[in-house]
Design a binder for this molecule. Structure first.
Ligand code: ADP
Length: 310
C-alpha cells in the first residue's frame, strides 16, 4: 500500500564526521596527544534526509558512499532512520565522504573535508533515479555534490510535478543562474550574500537580497537568519518569521533540521508561512541539543514545542 506521507527525495552528500577533541589545534609538523575522538554520521544531504524522516516524510536518498569501513555504517544509519537507501551507490574505487574536525579546549575548530564518493556522483547516477524523482512530491538538494548532478536532478524534477527545493550550501559565488530557477530557495544569510554579492546586515538588506533572488528565478525564497528567524519572500510579499527563543547548546545542523522539516510540512499541504513556523521550531530545537543528526527532534516533539509556544 502506498503511504500518504509526503514523498521526499534528497539528492546530496553522505559523510562520516570524525571529531577529535584536543587541547589545541596542532601546527604543521607537530604530533599532539588528543583527548578523544567520536564519529558521527553527517553530510548535509544525509542530515536533511534524517530531519525530513523525523518530521514525518517518506524519504529516499540519492547519493554515494565509498568502499571503506565507513560505508556500511553510513548506510546502516540511513536504514535506522527509515530512509530508503536503494539509490545510494556503493563505489569500491573511492573512500566515503569524510570530515575530520579538530576542536580545541576553547571551542575553536579546524576542519578538513574529503568529499570522496560524493564528488563522483554523476549525471548518469541521477538519471538512474529518474523515476524516483518524478514520483516524489519534493526534491531537496544542497551543493555538497557536483553541480552537474544537482542540475540533472533539478531538470528531471521539472519535467514532472515534483517541487524543487534548493539549500545552496556551501555557498558558491558562481552558482549557475539556472539553479536559482527553483520552487523554493533557502539560503542562510551568508549564502545569500555570496550568491548575490549584496550586503545582508539589516532587515532592509535581507529583504532586497531575497527580492533579487526571486527576480533571478526562485518562486519562493526563505533566507534563514539564525536566531533572527526566517525571512520569506513569496508572491511579491516579504515577511519575517521570528525564531523561537531557546537556550542554545549547539547550533550545528539547525539549518539542516530547518530544511528537512520545511520540505515535509510544505509537501503535506501546509502554507509556506505555516511550514516555516514548523521549520523554525525544528531549527530552534536542534539548537538546544548537541550534535547534528542527534539533535533533530521528531515531528511529535516539534508539535508539542509549537503548542507550548503559542
Ligand atoms: P544554517 O545552520 O544553515 O546557518 P540558521 O543558523 O539560519 O541556518 O538556522 C536555521 C533556522 O534555525 C533559523 O531560521 C531559525 O529558525 C533556527 N535557529 C537557528 N539558530 C537558532 C537559535 N540560536 N535560536 C533559535 N532558533 C535558531
Amino acid at each position: 500500500m502506498k503511504s500518504n506521507r509526503p514523498r521526499v527525495v534528497v539528492l546530496g552528500s553522505i559523510n562520516m564526521d570524525l571529531v577529535i577533541q584536543s587541547p589545541r589545534i596542532p601546527i604543521p609538523g607537530e604530533t599532539l596527544l588528543a583527548s578523544s575522538s567520536t564519529e558521527f554520521c553527517g553530510g548535509k544531504g544525509a542530515n536533511q534526509a534524517v530531519a525530513a524522516a523525523r518530521a514525518g516524510g517518506d524519504v529516499a536518498m540519492i547519493g554515494a558512499v565509498g568502499g571503506d569501513g565507513f560505508a556500511s555504517r553510513l548506510i546502516e544509519n540511513l536504514r535506522t532512520n527509515n530512509i530508503d537507501f536503494q539509490h545510494v551507490r556503493r563505489r569500491d574505487d573511492v573512500a566515503s565522504g569524510l570530515a575530520v574536525i579538530a576542536v580545541d579546549d576553547n571551542g575553536q575548530n579546524a576542519i578538513m573535508v574529503v568529499p570522496g564518493a560524493n564528488a563522483l556522483i554523476s549525471v548518469e547516477d541521477v538519471e538512474r533515479s529518474r523515476e524516483l524523482i518524478q514520483d516524489a512530491d519534493i526534491l531537496l538538494l544542497q551543493l555538497e555534490i557536483p553541480v552537474e548532478a544537482v542540475t540533472a536532478g533539478v531538470e528531471i524534477a521539472k519535467q514532472s510535478e515534483t517541487r524543487v527545493m534548493l539549500d545552496p550550501a556551501p555557498a558558491i559565488a558562481n552558482l549557475p543562474p539556472h539553479l536559482l530557477d527553483v520552487d523554493l530557495l533557502c539560503p542562510n544569510e551568508r549564502e545569500a550574500q555570496v550568491i548575490t554579492g549584496m550586503q545582508v546586515g539589516t532587515d532592509e538588506q535581507v529583504s532586497a537580497v531575497a527580492k533579487v533572488l526571486q527576480q533571478r528565478g526562485a518562486t519562493h525564497v526563505a533566507v534563514t537568519l539564525g536566531e533572527g528567524g526566517t525571512h520569506l519572500r513569496s508572491d511579491g510579499q516579504s515577511q519575517l518569521f521570528p525564531s523561537f527563543k531557546v537556550g542554545v547548546a549547539d547550533t550545528t545542523a539547525a539549518g539542516d533540521a530547518f530544511a528537512g522539516t520545511l520540505a515535509v510540512k510544505w509537501s503535506e499541504g501546509e502554507t509556506l508561512p505555516d511550514a516555516i513556523r514548523w521549520a523554525n521550531a525544528a531549527g530552534a530545537m536542534a539548537a538546544t541539543r548537541r550534535g547534528a543528526q542527534a539533535s533533530m527532534a521528531s515531528g511529535e516533539e516539534v508539535q508539542s514545542f509549537l503548542e507550548s509556544h503559542i
